[in-house]
Write a protein that binds this ligand. Structure first.
Ligand code: EPU
Length: 437
């Protein structure tokens, strides 16, 4: 498959309509896949999105000798062998996917050892591992760091512990919630992250025998116990709130009426309220959001925040929205310091954006965007570029799709084409062997 998307923009006209169905959430599916290491028998995972991050997570498990079977679209069974499971996360894969770090909790808890590489450089910010190292040590493990990565060992198994997270980190909360399921005694995580994906994971683990309480609040308590059982408890991935929110922005800018189905609007209260205050007519049903055209979009300030605040993963699509709203909006990215760099490309498309500092930009709307060649720094900015390209006048070409958009959005071009977006994956250009002069 080629790495390039070609989009012909509508120059601000509202031409989209129809229904777009939301897939299972990437950031829930990845954790459920990691959690299979806590099971003594086969686990069935359903509504798993067909995206490259998910395939990589399965590859990591397969490399460790798990059996992974894709029984039908979106459904997988995973079995961890009773013997011979490797405790090293394959560096070539783990380095390319920061989310792989959540596997360390279950592997360490079950096998008393795990090794993993330094996570690769990340374009959205520094993303340190200090809270992971602190947590492992508090639970009685020894952590050795070398040039190549980390080796963590807990010879007699992990012990329950109490810790306070200095930052409300999503993957740290999930990693230690999973590790604590097999630790001796009780673990308390204070200042835990409260994202819906954490609640989804806790509910699944509890159905299978874990004793986790408080997920979704800032204090989570886990009573350690035995290996879990998947028998009779298939996991169904919750809907992707970031995908739903991105479609909402796309609809607000380019649709006459767009129905976003198979989603959970309760998870999107902050983006929905923000868009409504900017003048977007939004109707909310139980598992559907309907967005309609507005005659006037107004500027609104946004500040990213841990859940239930405005999600950092929707900051880039929302900034595209603000380029089309009348007036001056401030965008304050509080979670990651490198997550506004993509705004340079929006400015090159004609947006009026001033970077105040690495965490803040000022957007002056409304600007007419023009199609451009774009290279996205990360998957969320990648989808924001798709939205900008639909709004722009002329053709845009988005490169690097395999390392950005394809990591998190299933079959994006066909799903968007079905609601009227003029989008094609460019033909793969055969590589020409350069001649040596
Ligand atoms: N942090 C530390 N020390 C650590 C770990 C994190 O200081 O050891 C800090 C980070 O530097 C950051 C803050 O904690 O300032 C919060 O980051 P968090 O750890 O919550 O981010 P994450 O768990 O690595 C997850 C999602 C991200 C999403 C963030 C915030 C997954 C796999 N990733 O990342 O999703 O942006 O939470 O909601 O769940 C994406 O899907 O594109 C994506 C980047």
């Amino acid at each position: 498959m080629s790495n390039t998307l070609v989009i012909k923009g509508f120059g601000g006209e509202r031409k989209l309509s129809g229904t777009v169905k939301v897939t299972g959430a990437k950031n829930a599916a990845l954790k459920a896949i990691a959690a299979t290491v806590l099971f003594r028998d086969t686990v069935t995972l359903t509504n798993i999105p067909e995206i490259s991050d998910v395939l990589r997570m399965f590859d990591l498990l397969k490399d460790m000798s798990a059996s992974v079977v894709n029984t039908k679209k979106g459904t997988y069974t995973v079995t961890i062998p009773t013997r011979g499971f490797a405790t090293e996360l394959t560096p070539g894969i783990a380095k390319r996917m920061r989310a792989s770090v959540v596997l360390t909790g279950p592997v360490l808890a079950r096998y008393g050892k795990v090794s993993f590489p330094h996570p690769g450089g990340c374009v959205i910010g520094a993303r340190p591992l200090d809270l992971f190292v602190d947590g492992f040590e508090k639970m009685g493990a020894k952590v050795v760091m070398s040039d190549t990565g980390y080796v963590v060992e807990a010879k007699g198994g992990l012990k329950g512990a109490e810790f306070f997270l200095k930052n409300q980190s999503v993957t740290v909360t999930e990693t230690f919630m999973m590790a604590a399921v097999l630790a001796k005694g009780t673990t308390t995580i204070k200042n835990a992250a409260m994202e819906p994906e954490i609640v989804d994971l806790a509910q699944f683990l509890n159905k299978c025998g874990a004793k986790i309480s408080g997920a979704g609040s800032p204090t989570i308590t886990i009573k350690g116990g035995k290996l879990l059982t998947g028998k009779g408890h298939p996991y169904k991935t919750m809907p992707d709130r970031i995908e739903a929110g991105s479609f909402l922005v796309l609809g607000a800018l380019a649709a006459r009426e767009l129905h976003i189905t198979n989603c959970n609007p309760v998870h999107l209260e902050s983006p929905i309220e923000t868009l409504r205050s900017a003048g977007v007519p939004i109707e909310v049903k139980k598992s559907e959001i309907i967005v309609r055209a507005s005659s006037h979009l107004k500027a609104v300030d946004i500040k990213t925040h841990e859940y239930p605040g405005f999600p950092t993963d929707l900051q880039a699509p929302m900034t595209v929205f603000l380029t089309q709203a009348e007036g001056e909006s401030k965008v304050f990215e509080t979670i990651f310091e490198g997550r506004l760099n993509y705004t340079e490309s929006l400015a090159a498309m004609g947006a009026s954006i001033t970077m105040m500092d690495p965490h803040r930009v000022l957007v002056r709307g409304k600007s007419e965007l023009r199609g451009r060649k774009l290279t996205s720094p990360d998957l969320r900015a990648g989808l924001a570029f798709v939205i900008a390209a639909v709004v722009a006048k002329g053709e845009s070409v988005i490169h690097n799709v395999d390392t950005t958009i394809d990591r998190g959005y299933e079959d994006i071009e066909n799903r968007l084409r079905a609601i009227g977006v003029d989008i094609e994956r460019a033909e793969t250009v055969p590589e020409v062997t350069p001649s040596i002069a």
